[in-house]
Design a protein around this ligand. Structure first.
Ligand SMILES: [Fe+2]
Length: 327
């Protein structure tokens, strides 16, 4: 469903900000003095895709980052290459605070995971951290399922050799880590991944998304059952509250079993059956999370340049939508 239709259904004008009430909500948040954390997020920059440099585009995001000094910044995959990308890292490193990476499929088009992670300074392919009263989880969904069932790391464009249903898998070791990590989380959880587990128009290319969704369901069910988990601050049960995903180059929002899912639009272009249509200005967003249970997303919008055909303009928004959400 297009966001425009969604707003229409709610009787709220497109482009305005709506408060979504989560009827399945469980009390994920403790009372007491609220903490806030604000982060900058950019996805699918695609430096050097189709031979195009995207240093200037990233600098637009970084200007805003440097000016507004968020608590951290994160890129949600398909960022750049391990060579000819020094200008990208120069821009990225203008921010002196914490910077986080998510591996996207195109990041391994010309190398393996180790090379791009070393270039970025990314210590682990999946990991988690606590900041500002929230628990953040970063996943790596870049595995191929070979014909014999083995999972192989993406490396040097190998993902292109197998059809869509064989792509975007997550390894067992990581799934076990994810489950354990979430069950031990002391704060409400926000997850970042490149390939979507939900809301995708490409349901054949989501790998073992069902296993990840099952883990979210199990953890959130246990949080509901426990009511108050030992070790959590002020008796607040930890649960997965939001998931940010890239890859599809689209702007979408939806809820599944009480979790808020966001498809974060590309900073750079939409890809259609007729090829790529580029955005004039970079798309990115700033997200503010409040431990009283609020999330605000301030997204940027732009236009196509050169102008795109009407069917592209009407189907693929050149924006990341604003949201105000009760978690
Ligand atoms: Fe991607």
């Amino acid at each position: 469903m297009q966001r425009r239709d969604f707003f229409k259904g709610m009787g709220v004008a497109a482009g305005s900000v709506a408060i979504y009430q989560n009827s399945f909500s469980i009390p994920a948040f403790a009372s007491g003095p609220a903490q806030t954390i604000r982060f900058g997020m950019i996805s699918d920059l695609h430096h050097l895709q189709f031979g195009r440099e995207e240093v200037t585009r990233l600098s637009g995001f970084m200007d805003d980052v440097v000016k507004t000094n968020p608590d951290f910044i994160i890129q949600c995959g398909d960022f750049c290459r391990h060579t000819r990308s020094e200008g990208i890292m120069e821009q990225w490193n203008r921010f002196k605070g914490p910077k986080y990476h998510v591996l996207g499929n195109h990041d391994m088009d010309y190398c393996g995971k180790e090379a791009i992670m070393q270039f970025w300074g990314m210590p682990k392919r999946y990991y988690s951290f606590d900041q500002g009263g929230f628990h953040f989880v970063i996943m790596d969904r870049n595995f191929l399922k070979e014909d014999d069932g083995r999972l192989t790391h993406y490396d040097s464009s190998n993902w292109g050799k197998l059809p869509a249903p064989k792509r975007s898998f997550t390894d067992q070791e990581q799934l076990e880590w994810l489950r354990a990590d979430l069950l031990q989380a002391r704060f409400p959880v926000v997850v970042f991944m490149h390939q979507p587990v939900y809301l995708s128009d490409f349901p054949l290319e989501i790998g073992n998304a069902d296993e990840i969704l099952s883990i979210f369901d199990e953890v959130n069910f246990k949080a509901t059952q426990n009511g108050s988990r030992a070790g959590s601050p002020a008796g607040s049960p930890a649960k997965v509250v939001a998931v940010f995903m890239g890859h599809d180059h689209d702007d979408r929002y939806g809820q599944r079993n009480g979790v808020h899912y966001f498809m974060v639009n590309s900073a750079t272009y939409v890809y259609t059956k007729d090829g790529a249509y580029y955005y004039k200005d970079p798309l990115y967003a700033f997200v503010t999370l409040d431990t009283s249970g609020k999330m605000t997303i301030e997204g940027r919008s732009t236009i196509y340049t050169p102008a795109a055909p009407e069917q592209v303009v009407s189907r693929f928004p050149t924006r990341i939508s604003d949201h105000q959400i009760k978690l």
